[in-house]
Design a protein around this ligand. Structure first.
Ligand code: 2P0
Length: 340
């Protein structure tokens, strides 16, 4: 059976493990899926059953600095604070770094300092941009000069959605068919859309009750409707890509919304059920649908949590903000317009 270590060894074959700089730094944007990744054909390598398509959040994401240290364990610093080694996410990062401890590098430990400029608790996953930034920083530290698809494969081993966090704009992650996943990586879907806006609507910032990993496994194993998901996903991908090419906002945003609702319906049909929505999530959906009935083109997508991400166009910022005054508005294609 293939494991992560074999993949890393294949990709880094003949690459040096001598640090070329004292400290390496990299940034990776966060991404929101418009056509979701849900269900793995390989649990170990995070290989998806379907392709997915995301939009990156411009200059909102993770900046990670990696420094080799002469210590017996890694030191993980998050937003300025040293994290306790017993924390699950610290262990997840250390386990990931273990993959790069081979041959002459086996005793190497790192100080990994990550800062997020996404508002904490905004319902935007930090693991995707975190793993992507970490892989890019390691690439710089050792001057491996890996190709973008190779970086995407390495980051996927940390967290599936991290495969999509290496580019700005729209990004497509192909599911691939190879057992080793060497054909399962992301690449840009090269169409921009300057007028597109994304709004982060925070409903609940508490940690989710069930991880995406466990929720994916359970949905795949128990939902009586899972068989329908790959077909729906394939059709949605075609619609979404065509609507981006045509700048057909209604088809684009309606497809993203339906894709998210289909995903949540699937999860609700798992046994036992997985329900990420809170009563307030449904209230907000209702507000969005009401606004649409009144002629405002606002739609949403939802990930593995109760928060919503609104989709609308620049011309409707004021109208949407009047309904949702606390909305954090992001212009994914206008990098300079965003706060850091
Ligand atoms: C996505 N999500 O496409 C989907 C939609 C959440 C909902 O990818 O187990 O943290 O590390 O591969 O990437 C969240 O799952 O899962 C996710 P792992 P990941 O963005």
């Amino acid at each position: 059976m293939l494991n992560k270590q074999m993949i890393v060894q294949t990709l880094l074959k003949e690459r040096s493990f001598t640090p070329m700089v004292v400290k390496a730094k990299a940034f990776a944007p966060s991404n929101i899926a418009l056509c979701k990744y849900w269900g793995k054909r390989d649990e170990t390598l995070n290989l998806p059953i379907t392709g997915s398509l995301s939009i990156s959040l411009g200059n909102l994401g993770a900046t990670t600095t990696v420094v080799p240290i002469n210590e017996a364990s890694d030191c993980i610093i998050f937003n300025g604070k040293v994290m306790d080694k017993s924390m699950p996410f610290v262990q997840k990062i250390s386990n990931f770094l273990d993959l790069f401890r081979m041959d002459q590098n086996q005793n190497m430990h790192y100080q990994v300092e990550t800062s997020l400029n996404i508002p904490m608790g905004a319902g935007v996953a930090s693991s995707a941009c975190g793993f992507a930034a970490l892989v890019s920083a390691l690439d710089s530290l050792y001057d491996w000069q890996l190709k973008p698809f190779e970086l995407s494969i390495l980051a996927r081993l940390g967290s599936g959605s991290a495969a999509r966090s290496f580019w700005h704009g729209f990004v497509e992650w192909e599911c691939g068919i190879a057992l080793d996943g060497m054909d399962s990586y992301a690449k840009p879907f090269p169409h921009d859309w300057k007028a597109l806006r994304l709004g982060l609507l925070l409903i609940d910032s508490n940690e989710k009750s069930i991880s995406s990993r466990v929720a994916m496994q359970r949905t795949l194993a128990t939902s009586p409707f899972f068989d329908a998901w790959p077909k729906t996903q394939h059709e949605d991908m075609i619609l979404l890509k065509k609507s981006i090419e045509d700048k057909d906002f209604i088809t684009f945003a309606q497809t993203a919304e339906t894709n998210a609702l289909t995903l949540h319906a699937l999860m609700m049909s798992a046994r036992p059920q997985i329900v990420y929505s809170k009563p307030e999530t449904l209230n907000m959906m209702d507000k969005i649908w009401q606004a649409r009935r009144e002629g405002l083109n606002v739609f949403f997508t939802q990930d593995a949590g109760p928060n919503l991400k609104l989709l609308f166009l620049e011309e409707d910022i004021d109208a949407v903000s009047r309904i949702f005054p606390l909305l954090k508005v992001i212009a994914p294609f206008n990098l300079l317009d965003q706060e850091c």
